[in-house]
Design a protein around this ligand. Structure first.
Ligand SMILES: Cc1cc2nc3c(=O)[nH]c(=O)nc-3n(C[C@H](O)[C@H](O)[C@H](O)COP(=O)(O)O)c2cc1C
Length: 169
C-alpha cells in the first residue's frame, strides 16, 4: 500500500470481527510505532499490549468512549516514560506521532483501529495508572483499539483551502 493510500483509507473503526490478529502483526505495529520521530530523538515511549478479553473489558469501565474494546482483539496502550523526557512537554507530540504510525501500519495490514484518548484527562490517567499498576514515571497517553474491521468506512478527502494560509495570515 502506498503511503497516501493508507492515509486516505485510515478511518476510525469501532466494530470488529472475531478474527485474531497474528502476534507478528502486533510486532509490526510496534515496529512502526518506534520508527516515529521524537524531539531530540528521546524515544521516550513504552507500550502495554493487551490481548486478554477480560482486561480489554476492564478498560471500558474506566474509559467512557471505549465500548468497542469488548469486540476488539487487542489494544496497545501508548505510554511515555517520563524519566526519559528531555525537553519538557514534547512527549505529547512524540507519542502522537507514534500513535499515527500504528494507525497507518494497521491500515496497511488490513486491520481496523481507533485512537482512544487518555491524556490529558486527569481522571482517566489516574484510572489507567491504577488498573494497570503503572509505575509513577509511566504516563498513559492513549489506547489504540485493534481488530479486523466489521464495518467499512469510506475514504474521505477533508482538504479545505480555507485552512491554508500562504506566507501571511
Ligand atoms: C486525541 C484523540 C482522542 C480520541 N478519542 C476517541 C475516543 O475516546 N473514542 C473514540 O471512539 N474515538 C476517539 N477518537 C477518534 C476520533 O473520534 C476520530 O479520529 C474522528 O472522529 C475522525 O474520524 P476518522 O478517524 O474516522 O477520520 C479520538 C481521536 C483523537 C485524535
Amino acid at each position: 500500500m502506498k503511503t497516501m493510500e493508507a492515509i486516505y483509507n485510515r478511518r476510525s473503526i469501532r466494530k470488529f470481527t472475531a478474527q485474531k490478529i497474528k502476534d507478528e502483526d502486533i510486532k509490526t505495529l510496534l515496529r512502526a510505532a518506534m520508527m516515529a520521530p521524537t524531539a531530540v530523538n528521546a524515544q521516550e515511549w513504552e507500550f502495554l499490549v493487551i490481548r486478554e478479553k477480560e482486561k480489554l473489558s476492564e478498560i471500558t469501565k474506566i474509559h467512557p468512549h471505549s465500548q468497542m474494546l469488548k469486540q476488539a482483539d487487542a489494544a496497545i496502550i501508548i505510554c511515555a516514560n517520563m524519566e526519559k523526557e528531555i525537553i519538557p512537554g514534547y512527549w505529547i507530540g512524540d507519542c502522537g506521532a507514534c500513535a499515527q504510525n500504528i494507525l497507518l501500519a494497521a491500515t496497511e495490514l488490513g486491520l481496523g483501529s481507533v485512537w482512544l484518548g487518555v491524556q490529558p484527562d486527569k481522571k482517566r490517567v489516574e484510572d489507567f495508572r491504577k488498573l494497570f499498576k503503572l509505575p509513577k514515571h509511566i504516563m498513559p497517553f492513549n489506547v489504540i483499539a485493534l481488530g479486523y474491521p466489521a464495518e467499512k468506512r469510506d475514504e474521505k478527502d477533508r482538504y479545505d483551502d480555507k485552512k491554508v494560509h500562504l506566507e501571511h495570515w
